[in-house]
Design a protein around this ligand. Structure first.
Ligand code: C5P
Length: 439
């Protein structure tokens, strides 16, 4: 994998799990890839691996207590400059402290002060790992946008075989490379400067970009997203559907969760993994999707409709497989109109979330998008031209223009759907904040 680690400042937190010895290899891999690694050990960890080992591997003094050495780097300085805080191994005890917002040693203090991505690689005995306290803590961390590298199953130091074994250093290394890659471009400065470009970075561009992503942007927001196609059954084995891959909605859900929001993703049938920290509800038909949306909408601050909902469904679904006969040249199926899910939300008179729609158009694109914005009573509409083969349906890329009631808000040139999702969530959270304050 193309690593984004060159010149990155990584705080490697080592806590008192037996897997601490593996962190030496992890530290070595990070340093070899060009990262500047600062190790913070808990006192317990020093009983398992000597701090001298990490000092030799990282080339920096190891921090343990907050007050142990006044000449050493402060927790605030360490947190401010870090591109990532990676805690591996993360014991149940340290995870609990992070959840509680404690800052009783250098590592927990740095984690509390950090604004960069935080990644934890839990490592502990199976029963400790499966204890409801640990599981709830991990869920809380994921919901807050902290990455959890799920432990593997295998031989544990305590003699049992089960879940709780820290992932191998090479695998953790791969995971953090993808996190840093995924976290690339972000918009706030682009939009606020009105320049359409990032300011010249003091460090290499990829180094500064992650710092531009304020993790708290989505905190306090409940986001409801529909994604994917719907399937409208004809008989037990046939249905009407479309080519939507669901990627745009899943990326939006991923970014929103990373930014700290509580995200519910209502998805039609797609072949995509659930983004970390996202509540996913699978549905098939438009009517099922509407019911799921109705169950969550009153408790949502933002609703984003990316689903390609079938406009029509069969009036009667045949309970048995429809057979063709020799003398039959045609088959007529009566279709009836499906509910417009987004319009139902947009037109709510009370508890109406900030409502965002997508318009996939092939002709007179802008005109159609603006008309939909009004007809469905949306706050924002994201237009993409699906007549183009290189973007939109089933593609990894997109190019979109965003409109609100006053006209065009932004245009994002062709780039990955993941990056577009970052731009869009930034814009949506900011607009939704204003909407929330005004309502
Ligand atoms: O009317 P059209 O399908 O082009 O509108 C697209 C937007 O409306 C999308 O955001 C889509 O998710 C949403 N929509 C919906 N329910 C429908 C049709 C579209 O939520 N029945």
């Amino acid at each position: 994998m193309d690593t984004q680690l060159k010149n990155r400042k990584i705080v490697l937190g080592v806590t008192g799990g037996i897997a601490a010895y593996k962190s030496c290899t992890l530290c070595r891999l990070l340093v070899k890839a060009g990262a500047d690694v600062f190790v913070c050990m808990t006192e317990a960890a020093t009983h398992l691996v000597g701090s001298d080992t990490f000092e030799a591997l990282s080339g920096h003094k190891v921090s343990i207590g907050i007050f142990s050495d006044t000449k050493s780097i402060s927790h605030i300085a360490l947190a401010k400059d870090a591109d990532m805080v990676l805690i591996a191994p993360a014991t149940a005890n340290t995870l609990g402290k992070i959840v509680a917002g404690m800052a009783d040693n250098m590592l927990t203090a740095v984690t509390l002060a950090a604004t960069c991505p935080v990644v934890v690689a839990p490592s502990m005995n199976t029963n400790m790992y499966h204890n409801i306290a640990t599981q709830e803590n991990l869920k809380t961390l994921a919901r807050r946008g902290i990455y959890v590298i799920t432990p593997a199953s295998g031989d544990l130091a305590c003699g049992v075989v089960g879940d709780g074994r820290m992932k191998e250093p090479e695998d953790i290394f791969e995971d953090i490379c993808s996190i840093l890659n995924d976290r690339l471009p972000h918009t706030p400065l682009m939009i606020e400067n009105g320049q359409g470009r990032l300011p010249s970075p003091k460090a290499p561009l990829e180094l500064t970009q992650t710092k531009l992503l304020p993790k708290s942007l989505g905190l306090g927001f409940k986001v409801l997203i529909t994604a994917g196609p719907t399937e409208e059954q004809i008989d037990p084995v046939r249905y009407i559907s479309n080519n939507s891959s669901g990627k745009m909605g899943f990326y939006l859900a991923q970014v929103a969760a990373q930014l700290g929001a509580d995200v519910t993703l209502i998805s039609g049938p797609v072949n995509l993994p659930t983004p970390q920290g996202v509540r996913r509800i699978d549905v098939k038909s438009a009517v099922q999707m509407l019911h799921a949306v109705e169950a969550f909408v009153t408790d949502s601050d933002i609703m984003i409709g990316t689903a390609a909902v079938a406009d029509f469904r069969c009036e009667n679904i045949s309970p048995i497989k429809i057979k063709k006969t020799e003398d039959q040249d045609s088959l007529t199926i009566k279709l009836v109109k499906n509910p417009d899910i987004l319009a139902t939300v947009g037109k709510r008179e009370v508890q109406r979330p900030y409502t965002v729609g997508f318009a996939a158009e092939t002709n007179n694109c802008e005109e159609h998008a603006k008309e939909k914005l009004v007809r469905k009573n949306l706050d924002l509409i994201v237009l993409n031209d699906v007549s183009r083969q290189d973007i939109g349906f089933n593609s990894d890329d997109n190019e979109v223009t965003v409109f609100d009631k006053d006209g065009q808000v932004a245009h994002f040139d062709k780039q990955s759907k993941q990056t577009i999702a970052t731009f869009l969530m930034d814009l949506i959270f900011k607009a939704a904040k204003q909407y929330k304050n005004a309502n």
